[in-house]
Design a protein around this ligand. Structure first.
Ligand code: ADP
Length: 264
């Protein structure tokens, strides 16, 4: 997409030529379209729980309140839909913050002991593993100290989002393995599950905002479709890379790298 600017040359009073300037505004146009899409998607995602909340509240006001069992059922739905909106708003705020270059440039990076950090975050999530009867294995490479340069809040968010997905998309009784290792001068973390997997055709789109393989499954599991977009943004902002390998009905591995605090 080009934008054309014309400027006539004048020689005394006669026009002797015209200067044409073409600006390539493709990138700008694409950015604008992405922003419009993002707002439309976000509004749509917020509208869905809001419609449910309004509908069930109206039914209660119209008389269902006198039935105690029904009231409890409707209030439970209202509560869980409100929680979904809260998660969505929190993810949207997080992305808005990450998008602001001022915030990114003022974020504080510090040396973080990766293996200790993984252990702490995994333990924090243990009620979720137990709830789904999943077994968790942590395999850490202790042959070399893996001290990464990161912002602890960001790193925690990356691990939580990836582990949360592994829990959400792995049927009860499955396994999740977290692996850390030193690889080509960087720290590498892999999270492998024995879950439902991701079809090959969806893999290139998985990190896009609001992209889900199955909307209904993601929603019922409490997903917002923003988790992986946040993860990719953070990993790249920290100077790392993220990729995924998956096989339907067999499992998924997300791997990411992070720079070490001291070059090895
Ligand atoms: P959501 O909130 O829907 O989980 P994410 O951005 O975290 O959103 O993930 C995008 C989509 O990628 C999910 O809806 C799901 O379809 C797929 N996905 C992510 N992680 C996994 C996984 N470990 N196993 C299978 N599918 C996954």
């Amino acid at each position: 997409v080009f934008q054309l600017a014309l400027a006539p040359f004048t020689n005394e009073s006669d026009v002797s030529g015209v200067l044409c300037v073409f600006h390539d505004i493709t990138a700008l146009q694409e950015l604008h379209e992405r922003q419009v899409d993002f707002v439309a998607n976000a509004s749509h995602e917020l509208a869905t729980p809001l419609t449910a909340i309004k509908g069930f509240a109206e039914t209660l006001l119209d008389g269902a309140l006198s039935d105690q069992d029904l009231s409890k059922k409707f209030l439970t739905i209202i509560h869980s839909e409100a929680e979904r909106m809260q998660r969505l708003v929190s993810d949207l705020l997080q992305l808005a913050k990450l998008d602001s270059s001022e915030y990114r440039h003022h974020v504080y990076l510090e040396p973080v002991d990766l293996n200790l950090f993984i252990d702490t975050v995994a333990k924090e999530l243990s009620p979720h593993w137990q709830h789904k009867e999943l077994s968790l294995t942590i395999k850490v490479d202790n042959s070399i100290p893996l001290t990464v340069l990161a912002n602890p809040d960001w790193l925690k968010q990356v691990l939580i989002n990836l582990l949360d997905n592994a829990i959400k998309y792995t049927p009860a009784g499955g396994n999740v393995t977290i692996c850390s290792q030193f690889s080509e001068g960087l720290a590498q973390v892999s999270i492998t599950d024995t879950g439902i997997g991701i079809p090959a055709s969806d893999l290139p789109l998985i990190f896009e905002r609001f992209y889900r393989v199955e909307k209904a499954r993601s929603r019922s599991a409490g997903g917002t479709g923003l988790g992986l977009a946040i993860v990719k943004f953070i990993v790249e902002a920290l100077g790392g890379r993220i990729w995924v390998k998956s096989k339907v009905n067999s499992g998924t591995t997300f791997s990411f790298t992070l720079p070490l605090a001291e070059k090895k």
